[in-house]
Design a protein around this ligand. Structure first.
Ligand code: SAH
Ligand code: SF4
Length: 362
């Protein structure tokens, strides 16, 4: 294992390390400033530290945990970054500029979609991330570094963060919580908890644990089916935690948090897009005081699923709206850049034979 990266180290642990080595306390502030505000990537950049101190640090830590490998998409559009990890695996993050349609006027706000694992063990049948199975969890540095790297590469400030990239964040809860501390911390990234959304396929015990987290983070549920029958055929996780258990956990969430829940619903032609599902979805959303995000399915190479015609998607949305539910219909940006989670990484890893190697390991 390589040495730990500073981008995953809590400020208190850094301060303690420095103190144990006899360094004055103000050094911690200088180092934190290089990492979190100046977004340094190399020890040489930290010019207010002596060369001897930089050597000492370099022997114990790495600065960051990611190496930028490629970017798809251009300035002002959705951009996707592929990063290489120390073990040769890849993760991806997608930077999405705010849509004028959403905010009513042009805006320079940005949302970053980050990954929480390499691959995913939950095997939803429509999803590229689940296709090659699960490889490993990302550590806190590999999560926070996606934000630092995207901000550096795109020269923007990330205003909103969504855990909707590769992986199931609630299956990596300890590292997720550690990264949330760094993302929201006053000495680190300083992003408001309200600007952070965790998306989950519905891991009930972890939803309950996260509900007890003191910060007002937001939660989005990948629902994708309004009955157990429909949901079960595309999301194996529903067999472990059926809708009743999930909704009970969401009631508990609502009792602890002020932010509205989001129910995500991919529209897949002939699978979950019957208008009766829309009516049932509206009932669930009303009961949970949730808003609904409808997402026409993004084609994944190797899977036969398709999105319904636009007219049908709009009809589905109208049923929700007529029932008094806030429902947005998002035609995903970046359809042309493999923006559906997991797709770019799959291409890269197959090109390098890593996916095949996984199969042999199994
Ligand atoms: N594992 C978590 C977070 C990552 S997936 C979860 O499932 O919520 C983020 C979102 O992208 C989920 O709602 C997922 O269902 C959706 N998604 C996966 N594949 C997709 C595709 N091909 N087209 C559109 N959305 C997709
Ligand atoms: Fe995993 Fe989420 Fe994809 Fe399901 S949708 S396979 S939980 S990443």
């Amino acid at each position: 294992m390589p040495p730990p990266a500073l981008t995953g180290l809590p400020p208190a642990a850094l301060a303690q390390w420095l103190e144990s080595r006899g360094h004055p306390a103000f050094r911690a502030g200088q180092i934190l400033d290089w990492i979190w505000r100046k977004k340094a990537t190399a020890w040489e950049q930290m010019t207010n530290l002596s060369a001897a101190m930089r050597d000492e640090l370099a022997a114990a830590f790495r600065v960051g945990a990611l190496v930028h490998s490629q970017t798809q998409g251009a300035q002002d559009t959705t951009r996707k970054f592929l990063f290489r990890l120390h073990d040769g695996r890849y993760v991806e993050s997608v930077l999405i500029p705010a849509s004028p349609a959403l905010y009513g006027e042009p805006s320079d706000r940005h949302t970053l979609c980050v990954s929480s694992q390499v691959g995913c063990a939950y095997g939803c049948r429509f999803c590229a991330s689940g296709l090659a199975g699960f490889t490993r969890n990302l550590d806190p540095a590999e999560i926070t570094d996606q934000i630092l790297s995207a901000e550096r590469l795109a020269a923007v400030r990330v205003d909103n963060l969504v855990f909707m990239g590769m992986g199931e964040p609630l299956a990596n809860l300890d590292n997720l919580l550690a990264s949330i501390d760094l993302i929201t911390g006053p000495q680190t990234l300083q992003l408001g908890a309200r600007h952070l959304t965790i998306s989950t396929s519905g891991l009930v015990p972890q939803i309950r644990r996260l509900a007890e987290h003191p910060q007002q983070i937001r939660l989005a549920i990948s629902l994708h089916g309004a009955t157990d029958e429909v949901r079960e055929q595309i999301m194996p996780v529903n067999r472990k935690w059926p809708l009743k258990d999930l909704f009970d956990a969401l009631d508990y969430w609502n009792s602890r948090k002020n932010q509205k829940l989001t129910l995500e619903y991919i529209l897949i032609a002939g699978i979950n897009d019957a208008l009766e599902q829309a009516a049932l979805l509206a009932r669930h959303a009303r009961r949970l005081h949730a808003k609904v995000n409808l997402i026409p399915y993004n084609t994944v190479a190797g899977l036969e699923w398709k999105r319904p015609p636009e007219k049908h998607c709009t009809a589905f949305q109208r049923i929700l709206q007529q029932a008094g539910v806030t429902a947005t219909l998002r035609f995903e940006k970046g359809h042309d850049i493999d923006a559906a989670c997991g797709q770019l990484r799959l291409k890269q890893e197959s090109a390098e034979g890593l996916v095949a190697q996984d199969d042999e390991d199994a």
